[in-house]
Each structure stands twice: as C-alpha cells, then as structure tokens.
Design a protein around this ligand. Structure first.
Ligand code: BDR
Ligand code: CA
Length: 314
C-alpha cells in the first residue's frame, strides 16, 4: 500500500487526480493539503472539502498558507479561463462546506505525518510547491524520512504553458520549487514533456460516466469548461490530465522514461520559473551542480497505457 499526501490546488485536473487516488486499490490517501494556484487558497480549500464530501473521502484536509515562499513576489492572477471562477469549471460549488479542516497548517500537517510514518509517505504535489518548501524550511530533517516526492510541474525539452520558458505550477512559486528540487530527497518531476501527451476526450469521459454513475457524473460536470479550453489546444476534443499523470507514476512507473540529473529553477527575468536539468550523463561543464542531488525528470510516457489505467481506475 502506498501512503500518500496529496498537495493540490483543485482545480479541474486536480479533481480527476484526487478521484484516481481515492479509487486506486493500492493507494492509501492519508492527507490532502491545499495550495493556491488554480484559484485563491480559500477557493481551493473549499473545493477540496467539497470533493471530500461528495466522494466520501476519509483523508483530512489541511489548508496551506496561501502565500509564495518568497514574500517579495506578487500574486499571479488565477487562471479563470481554464478552471473557472470557482476553480471547478463553474458548477456552482456551495460557498461553504460543512466539514472541519485539520487544525494544522498544511506544512505542519506534512511534517507531523511524515515524522509519524518514517520512510513510508509519498508526497504528490500538483500545485505550487509552497507547502513543501515551507515544510522543508521548518523541518529540514523530513527530507530523509519521505519515501519520494512526485511533482506535476516543469517543462524540460518542450516550451512552457504560461510563458515560453515556464510551466504554471513552477512559475507560480519558483523559489519554492528550487528548494524542493535541490533538497536531499528523491524527486520525480512529471512535467509538460509527458503530460501534454495525455488527453481524456470528451467522448471517453462521457462513456466512463455512463458506466460509472454518481462520482464520474460530478467529475464530468466539472470538466466540461476545462475541455472547452483545452479542446482548442490539443488534437482530440478533450482535456490534458496533467495531475493524474503524477499519481499514475506512483503505481506504474514503468510507463514513464526518466532522466537522472540535478534540477534547478530560474527565479527572475524572462525565464522566471524555467526548470533546467543537468543530466548525469552529461559531464560538462565540470563541477557545476555536481554537489546537488540527482533527481528524475520524466521525458517519455506510454500515453495509451496511462490513459487506459486512468479510465479503469476512475
Ligand atoms: C498545472 O497547472 C494547473 O493548471 C493544473 O492543475 C496543473 O497542475 C499544469 O500546468
Ligand atoms: Ca494542479
């Protein structure tokens, strides 16, 4: 059984990833921590509670601080044209959800849960890396106690999606992402190099929903607005399932090709938020970044099998 804390900014593709984690028989979802990104922290937290209630998820929800790791950064506008004003495709989520939040802030929840389960917890982070960076700052010792960190974010050999250099999750808090990539724990980065190849068509989602009732009905309702947006940018009329890819890596890493090497994140200037890897296979320039941990960037994916596993599990 994989013990997972899901750090998320729901978010339409986040919602799909959450249902995957909830449904998968080898995953024990032990916590949901919220971060700003697809919407403000109040909204993403409300959405996490909403999905928890609708899908009967047992894991507690802990709210993030709602601010970037570098306090000098200005907040970036929420991508309402992709995820809607409510972050869940404008489905009229109720303003308040009558469920309690975990009393701890997200980063403290992460620290205490990791310390209570040494060597067992996988962190899957699919929003800004702020909570993970705050957790590391407060308790650097957790790096040696986490099983692995799987991130949806970044773009290595392909252009970004928010600027030509940067992917949205990294661009929204680059200093946090740099702290996470350079910490002494195992990080697997599932970025746009692979996620852009994973498309759930409107038709496939409709077929799954027909077979599978209430849970997928909600997910399908949430996803229509996002499909309207992504449908213009991908070949089939459908949605890119970015965040689900990070969750699928956990249970089926053999469907991905990874490249080892130190990873850093640019902070500032026209390449703000760009992820750069120095592959281990490349010895030049000598000395640079050789003292940093070697992390894993996903550069290949068996998209057909990934989408099949996603469909079956949902
Ligand atoms: C990432 O940004 C968000 O819009 C998505 O939820 C995903 O985590 C893709 O760049
Ligand atoms: Ca996300």
């Amino acid at each position: 059984m994989h013990k997972v804390i899901f750090d998320t900014d729901p978010g339409v593709d986040d919602a799909m990833a959450l249902l995957f984690l909830h449904n998968h028989p080898e995953i024990d979802l032990i916590g949901i921590t919220t971060v700003f990104g697809n919407a403000a922290i109040e909204t993403t937290t409300r959405n996490a509670l909403f999905l928890k209630r609708e899908w009967g998820i047992a894991a507690p929800v802990a709210r993030g601080e709602g601010k970037t790791y570098n306090p000098m950064r200005n907040p970036i506008d929420w991508p309402v044209m992709i995820h809607g004003h409510d972050g869940l495709g404008n489905i009229d989520v109720p303003d308040t959800i009558d469920l309690p939040l975990d009393p701890r802030p997200a980063h403290r929840f992460i620290i205490e849960t990791v310390r209570a389960n040494p060597g067992e917890v996988t962190l899957i982070a699919v929003g800004r890396m702020s909570n993970l960076a705050y957790a590391l700052k407060e308790d650097p010792g957790i790096a040696g106690l986490v099983k692995q960190v799987i991130i949806m974010g970044g773009a290595f050999d392909v252009p970004g999606n928010i600027t030509p250099a940067a992917e949205a999750n990294i661009h929204g808090d680059p200093e946090a992402a740099d702290a996470v990539m350079t910490a002494p724990w195992k990080v697997v980065v599932v970025g746009l190099d692979v996620t852009m190849k994973t498309v759930m068509t409107r038709k496939r989602l409709a077929d799954l929903t027909e077979r599978n009732g209430r849970h997928l009905k909600l997910l399908s309702g949430i996803s229509q607005f996002y499909i309207d947006f992504y449908g213009q940018h991908v070949e089939d009329e459908g949605m890119v399932v970015h965040d689900s890819c990070a969750c699928i890596y956990l249970v089926a890493p053999e469907l991905f090709t990874t490249r080892p090497g130190a990873i850093r994140v640019v902070a500032g200037g026209i390449a703000d938020g760009q992820t750069i890897q120095k592959p281990d296979a490349r010895k030049f320039p000598p000395g640079n970044w050789d003292d940093l941990p070697s992390q894993h960037a996903c550069i290949g994916i068996d998209a057909e099998k990934v989408m099949a596993l996603l469909g079956e599990t949902l």
